[in-house]
Design a protein around this ligand. Structure first.
Ligand SMILES: C[S@@+](CC[C@H](N)C(=O)[O-])C[C@H]1O[C@@H](n2cnc3c(N)ncnc32)[C@H](O)[C@@H]1O
Length: 259
């Protein structure tokens, strides 16, 4: 899977968090890592051609470096070949893996039904905001001890929000159902539209998933400093929030944009 340099930063943040939560995992009898958009498990930097581990391989290998390796790694993807490749790579790295082919909105049910009591960490890394169905978050949140790290495509929101606001259906509906009724975009300056959508999405996280959004939401930009996505961390407890706020990329490396 070809990616830009920003993908590497995402994996650094993920791996720093997995590392920092090692002590917390070690206190649980069972811990899981869940990636329902796993891809083939390997990425190639489009410019440098360097081959690197994808998100789930990065997370597993970091967890296995010391105390608190994940007890189980669940992977899924719509693309069966990607799932096979990712599973092979995880098995080669000695990961206890369970794999599923299918749309995340279906595989999430299968995975949730298999989860024993424990501490769970879900990583949602879809290509676009359209695939970030809010139902996924709601279903994952039915586990009491779970935290969720989300690739939230700011670029998709920015590209579509103005045009979609007046349509009867939109590519942004699944991620934040009801946004077109809730937001008064016609009276807001354009530069505040994405921020308003994100704020509404966060209100759904609190009301429907009963989870909190961590303060550190690093923004990743492309070579022209155009916004791509934020990494957003959800949890229910102070410790994971603190760990994420400290582990995610330092604020100095993030961009100052109005959303
Ligand atoms: C950004 S890539 C994942 C990259 C991977 N997480 C990594 O870190 O290397 C998104 C993946 O989502 C898969 N995909 C697209 N739509 C999907 C859906 N509705 N359900 C599950 N997977 C989907 C694609 O096949 C692709 O492999």
């Amino acid at each position: 899977m070809k990616v830009g340099a920003w993908s590497e930063l995402k994996h650094i943040a993920l791996s720093r968090y997995v590392d920092s939560a090692r002590g917390a995992r070690a206190r649980w009898g069972y811990t899981s890592f869940i990636d329902l958009f796993c891809g083939p498990g390997r990425v190639i930097n489009r410019e440098t051609k360097e081959m690197l581990d994808g998100g789930v391989l990065t997370a597993w290998k970091m967890s296995a470096r010391g105390q608190g390796p994940f007890s189980q790694v669940f992977i899924g993807d719509l693309d069966g070949d990607a799932v096979d490749a990712c599973e092979r790579r995880l098995v080669a790295a000695n990961a206890p893996v369970r794999s599923f082919v299918g749309s995340a909105i279906q595989t999430v049910d299968t995975v949730m039904a298999e989860l024993p009591h424990g501490l769970h960490f879900a990583y949602l890394d879809p290509f676009s905001i359209e695939q970030l169905d809010f139902e996924l978050i709601r279903k994952l949140s039915s586990q009491r001890h779970i935290d969720i790290l989300i690739h939230f495509s700011v670029m998709d929101v920015q590209r579509n929000i103005g045009g979609d606001f007046k349509l009867s259906s939109s590519r942004l509906d699944a991620a934040a159902p009801g946004w077109r009724d809730a937001l008064k975009l016609d009276v807001l300056p354009k530069r505040e539209h994405v921020g308003a959508y994100l704020e509404y999405w966060e209100s759904l996280v609190v009301e429907l998933a009963r989870m909190q959004v961590s303060a550190n939401k690093p923004l990743f930009v492309n070579a022209n400093r155009g916004p791509l996505y934020r990494l957003i961390h959800l949890s229910r407890h102070e410790l994971p929030q603190k760990l994420w706020n400290d582990a995610a990329l330092p604020k100095s490396t993030q961009q100052r944009l109005p959303f």
